[in-house]
Design a protein around this ligand. Structure first.
Ligand SMILES: Cc1cc2nc3c(=O)[nH]c(=O)nc-3n(C[C@H](O)[C@H](O)[C@H](O)COP(=O)(O)O)c2cc1C
Length: 385
């Protein structure tokens, strides 16, 4: 679906040649920067796009306008992947009024210089803006996932413009059946730290009777909204989504990798619902982090390295902490050839996270698995069934 209705048209752009989104995320299915045109007595444009695609967006905008002039530019989110076209828009339509939160207006001069005479309308929670038959109602959504974010709700067609919430990696026309996988990776890596703020805004929009959600990335959601709202409720409350064990390991010479295989087999044989094994050095860390949040149990396995923990594991644990990983059961397996320290370091990192239940058995492998460490691994598996 490109256009939402006769009056709400899609003017966004797909970015299929970007190497990394936000400087770190691989996006094999590209990325959409969504922008819409609402045509009524007054005309509003919602958001712009990344600098990389401003020319394409401008062409879409002018085609959809067919000679009319827009009255408002609504900035739901000032992050540069949505704000790259603001300067050009004001150049093209100097009469336009920019609508955003007061926080966005405070931050805007840091990113761009607009002519002093540019008209600005700062909106607060609950404010409305009539376009004719269409009326936009605004809701602040601070820290979902920047401080200046607003949502807007178009009352006549019951469309929620939800900024980066409900967004996903991938192009606009991505297969809606496959939404959760890339939406989850997007959510936990980009928005995940701000579960409480997502919960707060979900409560604000719950009574509105939303029929369509227009996020700034990925497809418009127009059917089965309980599914998407339910996923967001689960994710933002840090409740595990599925039962299963993620085994996140690293290995220099292969012995810890072998132990990960043995543990996975043990768990599968014992009937664990789902076992996912990820080599941190060879996986997309954003995806491993997504799985850590998805499942209710995790095992971290790493060699000792210069009296610490192997760097890629340290990085993974830092990511988990920064995204508020919590409320899960975790097992620890270390390896070391002369003075194993990795378990101590991993346990310290996990103990700094909230509501983490550590397994009683910590497995220490001295180089290669032997009878003792294999027995300990089996004991750990029993605790995770
Ligand atoms: C650069 C480097 C530093 C290491 N530092 C330690 C150390 O401080 N303490 C220790 O017990 N083992 C240390 N090791 C050894 C490995 O942790 C050990 O051989 C382990 O068994 C490797 O597990 P793997 O076979 O899964 O790679 C180090 C290895 C390397 C390459």
């Amino acid at each position: 679906m490109k256009n939402l209705s006769e009056n709400i048209q899609y003017i966004g752009v797909d970015d299929t040649d970007i190497d990394l989104f936000e400087g770190q995320y691989v996006v094999p299915a590209g990325m959409a920067y969504n922008s819409f045109l609402i045509q009524d007595e007054k005309i509003a444009v919602t958001d712009t796009v990344d600098f990389r695609k401003v020319a394409d967006w401008e062409a879409n905008l002018e085609k959809a306008l067919a000679g009319r002039k827009p009255d408002y530019l609504i900035i739901h989110h000032l992050e540069p992947d949505h704000a790259g076209g603001i300067t050009r828009f004001v150049e093209l339509y100097p009469e336009v009024t920019i609508v955003a939160s007061a926080k966005a207006f405070a931050m805007l001069p840091q990113f761009m210089e607009l002519p002093a005479e540019t008209k600005k309308l700062a909106v607060k929670d609950g404010d409305t803006l009539s376009l004719g038959m269409h009326t936009l109602q605004f809701f602040t959504a601070p820290m979902v996932h920047w401080p200046e974010v607003i949502f807007s709700f178009e009352q006549s067609e019951k469309v929620l413009f939800s900024a980066d919430a409900f967004g996903k990696f991938g192009v606009y026309d991505a297969d809606p059946d496959d939404w959760a996988c890339e939406a989850r990776r997007y959510y936990f890596n980009i928005v995940g730290k701000y579960g409480a703020q997502v919960q707060a805004v979900l409560k604000k929009v719950a009574p509105l009777g939303v029929q369509t959600i227009c996020p700034l990335h990925g497809p418009v959601l127009a059917e089965n909204l309980e599914y998407y709202l339910g996923k967001y409720n689960t994710w933002s409350s840090y409740v595990p989504e599925d039962k299963g064990v993620l085994i996140a390991f690293t290995s220099i010479y292969g012995h810890t990798a072998k132990a990960a295989e043995v543990l996975a087999k043990e768990l599968e044989t014992a009937g664990v619902e789902k076992v996912v094994v990820s080599d941190l050095a060879r996986s997309d860390m954003a995806e491993v982090l997504e799985d850590a949040f998805r499942y209710d149990r995790m095992v971290v396995m790493a060699p000792t390295y210069d009296a610490g923990v192997f760097p890629v594991m340290e990085e993974f644990l830092n990511h988990l902490k920064s995204k508020n990983y919590s409320n899960r059961k975790v097992g620890v397996v270390e390896n070391g050839s002369w003075a194993p320290m990795a378990a101590k370091k991993m346990t310290e990192a996990l103990s700094a996270m909230k509501k983490i239940t550590l397994c009683e058995t910590t497995v220490s492998i001295k180089s290669a698995l032997n009878a003792d460490s294999t027995a300990a691994l089996k004991q750990l598996a029993k605790e995770l069934v």
